[in-house]
Write a protein that binds this ligand. Structure first.
Ligand code: SAM
Ligand code: DTB
Ligand code: SF4
Length: 335
């Protein structure tokens, strides 16, 4: 019994779920002030980093993630597509760059890539990197040696989400374990690739589960450089298609709590913006979000039109950052 109690105590300087729940419970104005103050201590204010997404291999995924339209277990509007030819990837990256994206993220609906599949992705990473874009891929679980191959190809970020709290994981995904995810994250970190890791809210979870997800992320040592907070995109045919709506202010609170617990991370307001009111997005930026997915498409679902985003940024006085780095990191680099 004692060892269980001890293992639940956070190490010094780490976040207890009770501390995170206390943040969630603050009056909204106090929470936003605290998040915005921390944000300004570590980041250039009024700037938003932009990443574009491309699904390079779509659907027919053997995993059973209850939120995902790409799982082969569910009948959804997604049409499976094999690995995209290189020329199409380059064209998409060219368009993304011309549209103002700083990073190009390529996603594949795999449980785990084979060496042969990785060969193809490596060529894509090299080509996109050579275009002067930052590179990110999300390919599922990686075996030993695979992160090193991606690092050698010039990969900047690997996206691999924890998605929810450990205790909620088996309700959402049964085909892999939480520790499998953590193992890939450790391999990516050890290879010297920057970590992009976040989760999804609005899957019918309790606030305690949301706090548990944030605690897992914030207690990674070090915590991720990039933290995507996705709002569930409800897709017909998936088990979560009819999930009750999350209060938008609870989503804003989640962004604020991520900002406070991971001060230097770039917090991305990720999936779910297409149906999100502009005012909610504005509150998310006030709460410390400083990145978005930019472009009309996420992987298989829609995202706001780039023109609509440009207009929203103009209304909010937001601009692209001078460099895709937290201010503290830039200052350290120039000292
Ligand atoms: N198969 C790889 C994996 O699972 O890591 C990479 C692609 S997977 C689609 C990347 C991430 O997309 C998931 O971890 C999840 O966070 C997010 N995602 C998938 N479907 C979503 C949905 N309907 N709403 C919000 N986020 C979603
Ligand atoms: C992340 O955290 N969100 C992105 C990206 N990483 C790969 C994916 C969102 C997917 C939303 C559903 C879809 O378009 O298929
Ligand atoms: Fe497959 Fe990734 Fe979708 Fe899960 S989230 S079903 S692993 S593509």
């Amino acid at each position: 019994m004692q060892s269980i109690a001890v293992s639940r105590q956070p190490r010094p300087g780490r976040w207890a779920i009770s501390d995170i729940l206390a943040l969630y419970a603050l009056p909204m104005n106090d929470l936003l002030l605290r998040a915005q103050t921390i944000h300004r201590d570590h980041h250039e204010p009024n700037t938003v980093q932009r990443s574009s997404l491309l699904s390079i291999k779509t659907g027919a995924c053997p995993e059973d993630c209850a939120y995902c339209p790409q799982s082969s277990r569910y009948t959804t509007p997604v049409q499976a597509q094999p690995l995209m030819p290189m020329a199409q990837v380059i064209e998409a990256a060219r368009k993304a760059k011309a549209g103002g994206a700083q990073r190009f993220c390529m996603g594949a609906a795999w449980r785990s890539p084979t060496e042969r599949q990785l060969d193809d992705v490596i060529e894509m990473v090299q080509a996109v990197k050579a275009m002067g874009l930052e590179t990110c891929v999300t390919l599922g679980m990686l075996k030993p040696g695979q992160p090193e191959r991606l690092k050698d190809a010039g990969l900047d970020y690997y996206n691999h989400n924890l998605d929810t709290a450990r205790e909620h994981y088996a309700d959402i995904i049964t085909t892999r374990r939480y520790d499998d995810r953590l193992q890939t994250l450790e391999r990516v970190r050890d290879a010297g690739i920057k970590v992009c890791c976040g989760g999804i809210v609005g899957m019918g979870e309790s606030r305690a589960i949301r706090a548990g997800l944030v605690a897992e992320l914030a207690n990674l040592d070090p915590y991720p450089e990039s933290v995507p907070i996705n709002h569930l995109v409800k897709v017909a045919g998936t088990p979560l298609a009819d999930t009750e709506d999350l209060d938008p202010l609870e989503f804003v609170r989640t962004i604020a709590v991520a900002r406070i617990t991971m001060p230097k991370a770039v917090v991305r307001l990720s999936a779910g913006r297409e149906t999100m009111h502009d005012s909610t997005q504005a509150l998310c930026f006030m709460a410390g979000a400083n990145s978005i997915f930019y472009g009309d498409q996420l992987l298989t679902t829609g995202n706001p039109q780039t023109e609509a985003d440009a207009l929203l940024f103009e209304r909010l006085g937001l601009r692209a950052p001078a460099a895709d780095q937290p201010q503290a990191a830039r200052e350290a680099a120039t000292c």
